[in-house]
Design a protein around this ligand. Structure first.
Ligand code: DGY
Length: 321
């Protein structure tokens, strides 16, 4: 007998418990190779399935969303960010879009903290020296980093992940917190000073951590902002590659105009500019902010909750459009 359950495509592999749950409710096509799908494959999928469970590696732009004879009615994106989806087009086409906030907040803030410490303590350069057999033994003066205690952390975007990072920096590292956020924030359980502009934060912080969504072509943290960083400052980005002007950051690092950086995200993932790879004063991670077994399972389950709500006609727990 034909399967009459909604057809759901998982564009990437998900933790086994999530795949099992989805397979028990829907007619699921898995991506057993976990290879990212091309735009042509995504366009075809738009006509073959009722729903997509997608993620950051799926470029769901206007031409893909507008594929002729479209069948997809909901895109359950796995991730808090959804800059991979053309939201205006999805809205215009009447395609529901959901995301998976909250469950990844603490894990992503952990990675921001890891990058703050790795950058300020020059962990990458130190580890490379050891692995390459260039360590001559303990030294009182070589490879010194910067202490963070009593220094200023500047948070750009005091949303859930910004707050969790600031809390760690305040309570765990003894840092003073300043931040930029478009609207006032009243629910902080640590001391923090809201500054008027991104420029104010850039100019006054010793470590700047970016927590604003990617904005397509115009990064919120632009070249002028990067030029305002102190020569002793560090820039941390766990948000999206295009949240900052990546080229301006590379120039600042290459010319030694700032002390260093810690990055988990890039503008053209999985491409990482050679200029960035070759620098010793930057720690580079491959977009692992939410990459724990527990969190990736929780994200998949939230995506499944969104699908279940959609197909049962209830309110989606995390609807974006
Ligand atoms: C997110 O949730 O946005 C992470 O960056 C993974 O896409």
């Amino acid at each position: 007998m034909a399967d009459t359950r909604p057809g759901v495509l998982l564009t990437r592999k998900l933790p086994a418990a999530v795949e099992a749950r989805l397979c028990s409710t829907y007619e699921v096509q898995l991506n057993t190779t976990d290879k990212p799908m091309s735009k042509a494959e995504l366009s075809a999928a738009m006509t073959e399935f009722d729903a997509l469970v997608s993620t950051v590696s799926d470029p769901l732009d206007a031409p893909v969303l507008q594929s002729g004879n479209r069948r997809v009615r909901i895109i359950a994106n796995v991730g808090v960010g959804y800059s991979n989806i053309d939201i205006d087009t999805a809205r215009a086409e009447g395609i529901a879009v959901s995301n998976t906030p909250d469950v990844l907040t603490e894990a992503t803030a952990d990675i921001a903290l890891l990058l703050i410490l790795a950058a300020t303590r020059r962990a990458y350069a130190a580890e490379r020296k050891l692995r390459e057999n260039r360590w001559d033994g303990f030294s009182l003066v070589d490879g010194l980093g910067s202490s963070v205690q009593g220094k200023v952390i500047g948070i750009i975007g005091m949303g859930r992940i910004g707050k969790a990072t600031a809390r760690r920096a305040a309570f765990g590292l003894g840092m003073k917190v300043v931040f930029y956020n478009r609207s006032p924030i009243s629910d902080l359980d640590f001391e923090a000073t809201r500054l008027d502009t991104i420029a104010d934060v850039m100019a006054s912080a010793d470590v700047v951590s970016v927590h604003v969504p990617g904005c397509g072509t115009t990064p919120l943290v632009n070249a002028d902002h990067i030029a305002m960083l102190k020569p002793t400052a560090y820039l941390i980005n766990t948000a999206r590659g295009d949240s900052i002007d990546e080229a301006a950051l590379i120039a600042a690092l290459t010319e030694g105009r700032i002390a260093g950086a810690g990055l988990d995200v890039y503008t053209q993932e999985p491409e990482v500019p050679d200029a960035l790879r070759s620098l010793d004063n930057v720690t580079l991670l491959p977009h692992i902010g939410s990459a724990t077994e527990e969190v990736r399972t929780a994200m998949g389950m939230v995506a499944a909750d969104n699908l279940d709500a959609f197909f049962s006609g209830s309110t989606l727990p995390c609807r974006v459009v």
